[in-house]
Design a protein around this ligand. Sequence first.
Ligand SMILES: NC(=O)C1=CN([C@@H]2O[C@H](COP(=O)(O)OP(=O)(O)OC[C@H]3O[C@@H](n4cnc5c(N)ncnc54)[C@H](O)[C@@H]3O)[C@@H](O)[C@H]2O)[C@@H](O)CC1
Ligand SMILES: Nc1ncnc2c1ncn2[C@@H]1O[C@H](COP(=O)(O)OP(=O)(O)O)[C@@H](O)[C@H]1O
Ligand SMILES: [Mg+2]
Length: 295
Amino acid sequence: MSSISLPAGLPILPRRDQHSHKGTFGRALLIGGSVGMAGSISLSARACLKGGAGLVTVAVPDAILDTVATFDAAYMTWPLPTDRSGHLPFHAKSKISEKLEHADCVAIGPGLGQSRGLFFLVNDLVDRFSGPMVIDADGLNLVAQRAEKTEPFAAPRVLTPHLGEFRRLVGKPQLTMEEATASAIEFADKRKCVLVLKGSQTLVTDGTRQWKNPTGNPGLATGGSGDVLTGLTTAMLAQRLSVYDAAVLAVYLHGLAADLAVQETSQPGLTASDLLDFLESALCQYTQARDANSA
Ligand SMILES: NC(=O)C1=CN([C@@H]2O[C@H](COP(=O)(O)OP(=O)(O)OC[C@H]3O[C@@H](n4cnc5c(N)ncnc54)[C@H](O)[C@@H]3O)[C@@H](O)[C@H]2O)[C@@H](O)CC1
Ligand SMILES: Nc1ncnc2c1ncn2[C@@H]1O[C@H](COP(=O)(O)OP(=O)(O)O)[C@@H](O)[C@H]1O
Ligand SMILES: [Mg+2]
């Protein structure tokens, strides 16, 4: 395998200590899914495992639990109630709380859908969980519906909107990508969070620092590729990277996996499931280059 050179400023994922164990690499809890969207949270959960999280639990409506569970035997599942429209109801809160106590990091949003109950559930979790959290997809849409839109987040948060989701977050439906870039930096600064503005050249910012990602290609323009990024970012948080470093490294590796994938497949043929298979090659190239640099 040809080796890559790592761009300056790319965060370092520490080498694994010989005596480390699964607890060392964190317990990640991923919350999402609804009837018809079992795939998104499953993709996130697999990416979280592939990205190196020690223990991954996926909490989903019980109506889709079997589907999610059969996607990968290596993560655990946690059944939550399902409402009549196939979503999590607000009263899923108590069962989520049981798992939240033991989680080092959380991801919320992929495939959740939207409802009044979910609005209260998601915003309660976003406010209550004191550890780092990735908020994506419908999680973002539900946060965007809050009345108080200027309050800083009380705990470390990574928000991963594409342009459509970012427009909803800031309530500006006409925003261009260029305008969104400036607005994203301002948003991250004011709300004290890390903002990942996804696109062909994804921007990661905490309001002070910016990372313009050099990897990735249009093969990623396929349903579920953002869900993979959510899981990968959560994996980096589970391995104790800061929210900014976790987001930068995840975005870089996600794009690198896509670049490696299209060398063997094609841009149109790349699916989010294929992308998962290339995360390992991306991590392999990254760790080899990291070790060569530190030798
Ligand atoms: N296998 C699954 O179960 C999947 C479920 N998904 C879930 O589907 C729900 C809706 O997600 P969507 O992202 O489709 O929601 P959106 O309602 O935000 O729709 C995306 C639409 O926004 C437009 N758009 C404009 N700029 C864009 C940009 N830069 N990137 C992407 N889209 C842009 C596109 O035309 C696209 O049709 C989420 O909960 C998501 O997690 C998707 O992740 C796809 C895969
Ligand atoms: N043309 C492109 N070039 C590079 N990356 C892209 C391109 N189009 C999409 N992506 C990446 O693919 C992912 C898509 O995320 P998202 O729209 O949330 O997908 P989904 O919700 O279907 O999982 C993002 O990481 C984005 O940066
Ligand atoms: Mg998405």
